[in-house]
Design a binder for this molecule. Structure first.
Ligand code: KG4
Length: 335
């Protein structure tokens, strides 16, 4: 089954053709990063406009790269939640009109489910059940993937997502957007023990995360240094901050996996590209004898290949929609 998939939840306009959930026939991503850079973050209104301009060309290229026309497509999958509402609506409306005009099934795909599915493309042998740490710009959660379309949230962030905390800390440190990625690069040779961070704890919720305190610590470190006229070593501060974030993620993941009896871990979302986190999880899983699945770097960020993969399993579960499909800025993965 060949699925044309569309993604427009944030600042990438993407389309792909994926066969039977696992085989990539094409993968096109038009990034708006350069345009948002001058503002230090994604400007929702600009994102929506750029999606509207780019989407036809991106979809056409995805079809031509797969040597197909719409007549060779069996269904259209689209990210419908969560994300920037104006941005999501561009993809949803485009997918709806394609599906309606060609009488094709329309498959709504949850953004975080698709991030998890990026692992199905990278690792052909991976099948549920497994445990998943989802770490993206807008969400951080630990999820039991009981089956392809059956999820249970074990823990989540109570405030900032891990990516959001990295981006905001980077911005405070004067590291250009995209902050998480640039902090990772800058901190490669930094000393991760140079700056001390608190270990955040969420009262009575052993599996939940909180990253806003870490972010405030960065601000305090910078202010203190400024007042004392002390120079900050950005590589050291970035390395220390990334370690603090990574330690929280690893600690809760290990606790939950042991409590719930999982020995297979997958990681998903933009922050799964972070070199410190990848290394820490690799060491943790090695020490515990867990099997670890990390998405290939090119599929960590937003793309439509992952939408085509998850879309296939949603279709098999009967999750299709009609022209009344709407987009939602917020929606839990298990709704
Ligand atoms: O999953 P994603 O592409 O978008 C959402 O669905 O939210 O995640 C974007 C997030 C941003 O916060 C970005 O800074 C972060 O992923 N990110 C990274 C790295 N690459 C992207 N964070 C840390 N290290 C990286 N190498």
């Amino acid at each position: 089954m060949k699925i044309l998939a569309i993604e427009s939840s944030c600042d990438e306009t993407a389309a792909a053709v994926v066969e039977d959930g696992r085989k990539v026939l094409s993968n096109v991503v038009a990034s708006q990063v350069e345009e948002h850079k001058i503002y230090g973050g994604v400007v929702p209104e600009i994102a929506s406009r750029r999606h509207a301009e780019a989407i036809s060309g991106v979809v056409e290229k995805a079809l031509s790269d797969a040597s197909l026309t719409l007549d060779g497509i069996d269904a259209v999958a689209v990210t419908y939640a969560p994300g920037l509402i104006g941005a999501l609506l561009v993809g949803v409306n485009y997918a709806k009109s394609l599906a309606y005009s060609k009488k094709l099934p329309l498959i709504p795909v949850h953004h975080l489910r698709s991030h998890i599915a990026a692992n199905y493309i990278t690792h052909s042998e991976l099948r549920p059940p497994f445990f998943c740490l989802v770490v993206s710009g807008g969400n951080t959660a630990m999820v039991e993937v009981r089956d392809y379309t059956d999820f249970r949230i074990i823990g989540r962030t109570r405030d900032d997502a891990a990516g959001e905390a990295l981006d905001k800390a980077a911005r405070t440190m004067g590291i250009p957007y995209p902050g998480g990625l640039n902090m990772d690069r800058l901190a490669k040779d930094g000393d991760s023990s140079a700056y001390k961070f608190p270990t955040p704890k969420v009262e009575n919720s052993p599996y939940d995360f909180s990253f806003s305190g870490l972010k405030t610590s960065v601000i305090n470190i910078l202010h203190n240094a400024e007042q004392k006229g002390v120079e900050i070593n950005k590589a050291d501060l970035g390395a220390s901050f990334q370690k603090a974030v990574s330690d929280c993620l690893c600690k809760n993941t290990l606790k939950a996996m042991e409590e719930f009896g999982y020995t297979t871990l997958a990681v998903a979302g933009g922050v799964s590209a972070n070199s410190v986190l990848r290394e820490a999880l690799t060491q943790m899983c090695k020490a515990k004898g867990f099997k670890l699945y990390l998405p290939e770097l090119s599929l960590c960020g937003d793309n439509a290949v992952m939408v085509g993969s998850q879309g296939y399993y949603e279709y098999l579960s009967g999750n299709t929609a009609g022209p009344e499909l709407n987009a939602y800025a917020g929606k839990a993965i298990d709704e």
